[in-house]
Design a protein around this ligand. Sequence first.
Ligand SMILES: [Zn+2]
Ligand SMILES: [Zn+2]
Length: 339
Amino acid sequence: MQRPQTIPRTMHAMLLDAPHTPLRLAEIPVPTPIPGQVLLRVEACGVCHTDLHIVDGELNQPKLPLVLGHQIVGTVAALGNGVQHFQIGDRVGVPWLGWTDGDCPACRRGQENLCAHAKFTGYDLDGGFAEYAAADHRYCFPIPAAASPVATAPLLCAGLIGYRTYRMAGERVERLGLYGFGAAAHIVTQVAKFNGQQVYAFTRPGDTAAQDFALRMGADWAGDSTVAPPEPLDAALIFAPVGALVVEALRHTRPGGTVVCGGIHMSDIPAFPYHLLWEERVVRSVANLTRQDGEEFLALASRVPVRTDVTIFALEKTGQALNRLRAGEMTGAAVVTIG
Ligand SMILES: [Zn+2]
Ligand SMILES: [Zn+2]
């Protein structure tokens, strides 16, 4: 690999030693990119609910110790052997899907998001809450040099998996419900309004700050998750990790409508009467992303254009960002900046 003189031997990173322990600021070796990888100087990395599920032991097979963070924007600092398409200095984005085998039945069906041997950034692979990160160049997206790293980072998971969730709601959706109004919903709202749809935002009961935020981002209506929308929904997307919301959403979704669960982890879905599902309502989940989702969404996001509402944290404050997310105190997206 080419290793310019300016890359130090060690770097600061926020390390997870074990689930249920706070992240720890550590000095660790700068990764050496293996063939096919780029080494990135990290500029910004978004904070996601999935990071919380890893810290809280709900996703329980992380690499340890682990550098979390899977919404990385950085510039290429070194190239492993065999890297094509990228040059030193290029800005790129790294999403949750970090590697697939390309060869299992799911990959051969074109569903690399379901690859049996997939490796995920900030879970199986070290992520972006660090000064440098290594990533397989085939799973990196080009990001324009003029883009703001901080504003772009939330597009890489909240945006991208939010968009896959949105797409799974299907065609003929005029009235779209969003349960949980955080990073993903505030991006999806802008896409839905761009497409001429009505957006109904549901938040934790009494969370008027989130409801005001939803209305500012373009939602047509905002209210508590326990109340009925003014009109039945054609589809509902669930971004909060609360199984009871599946039942709530079904209750307000029209015959033939779809309820899509967008998160990687959710509390149990309570038993509910069959008539809520009857009349061809559909409940489905979304898992991970494909590279095609990323290319489609990033192109769409610049046409809308999607504007992210971001709260910035320094690298050593990553744990604080996670705590605020867990407490439901974040409006919009939390992003860690480096350097
Ligand atoms: Zn595969
Ligand atoms: Zn995520």
